[in-house]
Write a protein that binds this ligand. Structure first.
Ligand code: NDP
Length: 297
């Protein structure tokens, strides 16, 4: 089984390099320092690599994830989040390959308090969300065998994310204001990668499993509660270290270039039922990554 992985240096892509190995030979593509390189701002490079490799599985963990920057860089975000995935989908369809792709809860407008279902109507609030939604639609319309996992609040011990930013700020500052009116589930890149590998195996045996799924860790929290949890764990792990006091604030007091959804809750029942898998509580993965990150401090 030949697996072509795009986005090897991202949070999820890095973990996929490990998690996909038991399924087959993994050929990892990045923007630099890889044997095979592709920059999606030239989407034709994606087609060429797929031609050359002729994979059985295409895993796409690459994306334009700079949510605020995307507001002023829509064409590029669209190329990376929709045009390149559309090419992958067409190529997957041609050769009967399975395409694994990730999307986001930012396809929704964040209204209400209920966890979003796969059947709910998307209405992105920002350019990033719109470009990711377009990518999903291109893949679905291509008719290729695919798995699309919409996830949220991704973190890892490696890469740029809220968890690592908080560890740094909590150690540096006396006090920190963190938004308390956006609710979601922090989801570890390692969990996503491991679960994706399980799902690929199951889908190779049963094509009916192809489709769109919501996939996050279990439980819910606000950014404020999440930051407070990180601060508590830091206090316990490093009793003599300085730990900032965490204060709740409202999104309206913390304006950002791109609007964020308040309700990022995702209903994962479809995923759990179809793949017969459990999703662990978000604190389990956060604890593990914190141990790793604090070990590096
Ligand atoms: P990262 O931002 O960690 O990684 C994105 C990867 O995409 C990087 O390796 C980056 O390359 C690569 N990339 C960016 N631009 C290009 C380009 N022009 N050509 C080729 N590669 C490019 O993303 P995550 O691992 O966090 O995200 C994985 C998936 O999950 C994405 O589909 C994302 O939309 C989705 N998601 C992420 C969330 C999050 O909180 N991060 C939340 C919800 C969904 P380089 O390393 O060279 O910069």
């Amino acid at each position: 089984m030949k697996i072509l992985l795009f986005g090897k240096d991202g949070q999820v892509g890095w973990e996929l390099q490990r998690a996909l190995l038991p399924i087959g030979e993994v050929l990892s593509v990045g923007r630099r320092g890889a044997a095979i390189m592709a920059d999606f701002s030239n989407p034709d490079s994606v087609r060429k690599i797929i031609h050359d490799v002729n994979p059985d599985i295409i895993a796409n963990a690459a994306a334009y994830t700079a949510v605020d920057m995307a507001e002023d860089d829509g064409d590029n975000a669209l190329k990376i989040n929709a045009v390149a995935p559309a090419i992958m989908a067409k190529e997957a369809k041609k050769r009967g390959a399975l395409l694994l792709h990730y999307s986001t809860e930012y396809v929704f407008d964040g209204s209400g308090q209920q966890p979003w279902l796969e059947t709910d109507r998307p209405a992105p609030l920002n350019v990033y969300g719109a470009s990711k939604l377009e990518g999903e639609r291109e893949i679905a319309q291509s008719g290729c065998n695919h798995l699309i996992f919409r996830t949220s609040w991704v973190y890892a011990a490696r890469g740029k994310n809220f968890l690592k930013t908080m560890v740094k700020l909590i150690g540096d500052r006396d006090e920190l204001n963190v938004v308390s009116d956006q609710i979601g589930a922090p989801t570890g890149a390692a969990l996503l990668a491991d679960i994706s590998a399980h799902a690929i195996r199951a889908t190779l045996e049963d094509n009916a499993l192809c489709g769109l799924y919501h996939l996050t860790a279990a439980g819910e929290t606000s950014w404020f509660e999440y930051a407070s949890y990180i601060a508590d764990q830091m206090k316990a792990a490093l009793p003599n270290a300085k730990v900032a006091a965490i204060k709740p604030t409202l999104s309206s007091a913390y304006p950002q270039r791109a609007k964020r959804p308040s309700n990022s809750r995702m209903n994962t029942e479809k995923f759990k039922a179809k793949f017969k898998l459990n999703l662990p509580h978000w604190k389990i993965g956060v604890d593990q990554s914190l141990t790793e990150v604090l070990g590096q401090v």
